[in-house]
Design a protein around this ligand. Structure first.
Ligand code: ATP
Ligand code: MG
Length: 342
């Protein structure tokens, strides 16, 4: 029984020991609790950071989505632009074709204008041989009427009349060729001959105005590969311009000079007129540029001249002659002998 009491009533020392053990236990629990709180805090912090990172990720995802969309948009825009570009290119090609056609029409229109202008001169030119024919035939008629027929003298008169008929025929047949639509066929063309033909068309107009033409032609035969009628138009245009420029000039002279330097033929047209002001040099080749009065000039002459020279693989420019009238030089590639044979 005592022993049981003793067992039921623990000794104070045992109790103290028990208390100490319990206190230690509590302290350990407290420590663990603190550690736990600490860990919880850390966890929270990590959670918060994770949350932030998640948000950032979402943001990045959204951004990349947007970039993707933007890329898609840009791709679409590019495809669109490519389509536009193709259309623009096609449009450009169409325009170029149109321009070429217009230019051809211009060449023809310019030619007809020149032709109209020439008609006045040609009337004079034909008038002259017709008058002469009248005179020569009249002489023969007089002989017959007056009973003084002389066969030899009559033959001379009639031969003279025939010569005049031939002259008139040449002028007319030449005008017909000139007026024909631009045939773009190229052939070996003799520059001397082309110059001669343009002078034939212009000579009466120049003579009536007291304009002297001075020729300084190269001794060699100058042949180019081109269209003689178009080249003739070039020279007629330059002669017409010189004619107009010399209207009020005291000395009325036009120089035509040809030279050859290996593969290049140079043709110079100059006159003793007032010349071309430097500030106009760049503009005179523009279509419709004219300093002439309304109705007097179309301003097409030099622009047509320019395109014809270009079509012949050549160059044309104003030559500065400092107060000594206007000068133009034209350079054309010479047709070499081998090419003629080929
Ligand atoms: N030899 C020249 N001397 C002085 N000015 C010239 C000469 N040639 C051309 N010009 C100037 O260049 C301009 C343009 O010449 P272009 O032949 O193109 O037209 P245009 O002669 O005025 O008219 P169109 O030839 O249609 O009758 C002329 O108006 C003139 O001002
Ligand atoms: Mg002109």
């Amino acid at each position: 029984m005592d022993q049981r009491k003793a067992e039921a009533k623990p000794s104070a020392a045992a109790l103290r020991e028990e208390i100490a053990r319990l206190e230690q236990h509590v302290a350990q629990a407290e420590e663990r609790r603190r550690a736990l709180i600490h860990i919880m805090g850390d966890l929270n912090e990590s959670n918060r950071k994770l949350g932030e990172q998640r948000k950032a990720m979402l943001h990045i995802l959204e951004d990349s989505h947007q970039s993707n969309q933007k890329l898609g948009d840009s791709r679409k825009a590019m495809i669109h632009i490519m389509g536009d570009l193709r259309e623009t290119t096609q449009e450009m090609e169409r325009r170029e074709q149109e321009l070429r056609e217009k230019q051809e029409q211009l060449v023809q229109a310019g030619k007809l204008a020149t032709l109209g202008e020439l008609t006045t001169g040609v009337a004079h030119e034909l008038n002259n041989p017709l008058n002469n024919i009248g005179l020569f035939v009249g002489n023969v008629l007089d002989q017959i009427r007056l009973g003084r027929f002389d066969a030899e003298a009559a033959e001379r008169e009639l031969e003279n009349a025939m010569e005049q008929v031939r002259k008139a025929t040449v002028i007319i047949s030449h005008l017909r060729t000139f007026g024909r639509a631009a045939s773009v066929t190229f052939e070996p063309a003799d520059i001397d001959e082309v110059i001669e033909h343009s002078l034939l068309l212009m000579q009466e107009q120049l003579r009536l105005r007291g304009i002297e033409v001075v020729l300084d032609l190269c001794a060699e035969e100058l042949v180019v590969f081109g269209n003689p009628i178009q080249l003739e138009q070039v020279f007629v245009n330059l002669l017409t311009n010189a004619r107009d420029a010399l209207e009020d000039a005291r000395t009325k002279r036009i120089w035509i000079e040809t030279t050859r330097d290996e593969e290049l033929i140079t043709i110079r047209f100059s006159d003793s007129g007032p010349g071309i002001p430097r500030e106009l040099e760049q503009r005179i080749f523009d279509p419709f540029f004219t300093t002439k009065e309304v109705g007097a000039g179309t301003g097409l002459g030099l622009s047509i001249t320019y395109s014809i020279v270009k079509e012949h693989g050549g160059e044309i420019a104003v030559e500065q002659r400092d107060g000594r009238g206007a000068g133009f030089w034209i350079e054309l590639p010479a047709l070499l002998d081998q090419e003629t044979l080929a």
